[in-house]
Design a protein around this ligand. Structure first.
Ligand code: HPA
Length: 245
């Protein structure tokens, strides 16, 4: 039986309905993860949960210790990872409140610890990352979204920016020219670190705002929080479905 780990992002610092059996305070060669890893049962299945930004939400995207998080999840027994990410919508199809299961990613981040393959190495390793997300896990997410009657888009290119500030209008126009459909700050290096550890990984993205310049209005946290509230309750239903599939 696959033990899934869920990495909860903004709006999902805890998983209501999770019966916690242990809070694992793990240390790793890369330091401590964002929070204790919660082990428990959700929808009748064993699951691990990690709040990416800590609980309470206190670690900004560029300061998340992604290496410690991924390492600790593997140590805790994760065999596959579902990442939940709040994103801005760039493509017109990526309406606020809609889900997207991206199939590609472009990394615009800088200065993040982004690999396990450095330091005192016996040999240099280049992992294949042509398809950054696991196909089978993506399909499970898509089936679950469909079964739950959620509004979603089944493909998308995730542009990952450095943050914590939001983008300029010109930056979003550039991302759009590059082919990005959604924009977020936490998709990388999380996805590649999972790949380096050979952990199947897929992303369930919730569009919480139109990206800069896409609505003619400034982006406010208040508006984002309203979308998160409804969206994250749907996320919990979708995750329960994935675990039982
Ligand atoms: N840009 C970057 N990250 C985000 C956004 C955005 O507009 N919305 C939610 N996360």
């Amino acid at each position: 039986m696959t033990v899934y780990a869920i990495i909860g992002g903004t709006g999902l610092t805890q998983l209501d309905g999770l019966t916690i059996t242990a809070a694992l305070h793990l240390d790793t060669p890369y330091g401590a993860p964002s929070a204790p890893i919660l082990k428990g049962e959700y929808a009748g299945h064993e699951v691990l949960f990690l709040a990416r930004h800590g609980h309470p939400h206190r670690i900004p995207p560029h300061q998340v210790n992604y290496r410690a998080n991924l390492w600790a999840l593997r140590e805790a027994g994760a065999k596959a990872i579902v990442a939940v990410n709040a994103v801005g919508g760039i493509h017109a199809a990526m309406a606020t409140g809609r889900f997207c299961v991206p199939h590609q990613i472009i990394d615009y981040t800088s200065g993040r610890e982004h690999t396990f393959y450095e330091g005192e190495l016996e040999h240099v390793t280049h992992v294949d990352f042509g398809q950054p997300y696991d196909a089978e896990l993506r399909n499970k997410l898509l089936d679950a979204l469909h079964a739950c009657g959620a509004d979603f888009t089944d493909l998308g290119v995730y542009g990952c920016t450095q943050g914590p500030r939001l983008e300029t209008v010109a930056e979003i126009a550039r991302l759009e020219r590059d082919g990005c459909d959604i924009v977020g700050m936490t998709g990388m290096p999380e996805a590649v670190l999972a790949r380096e550890l050979a952990l199947p990984y897929a992303c369930l993205a919730l569009v919480v705002n139109p990206a800069a310049g896409k609505s003619g209005k400034a982006i406010t946290m208040a508006a984002i929080e309203r979308v998160l509230e409804n969206g994250m309750s749907q996320v919990k239903t979708v995750l329960a479905r994935v675990l039982t599939s």
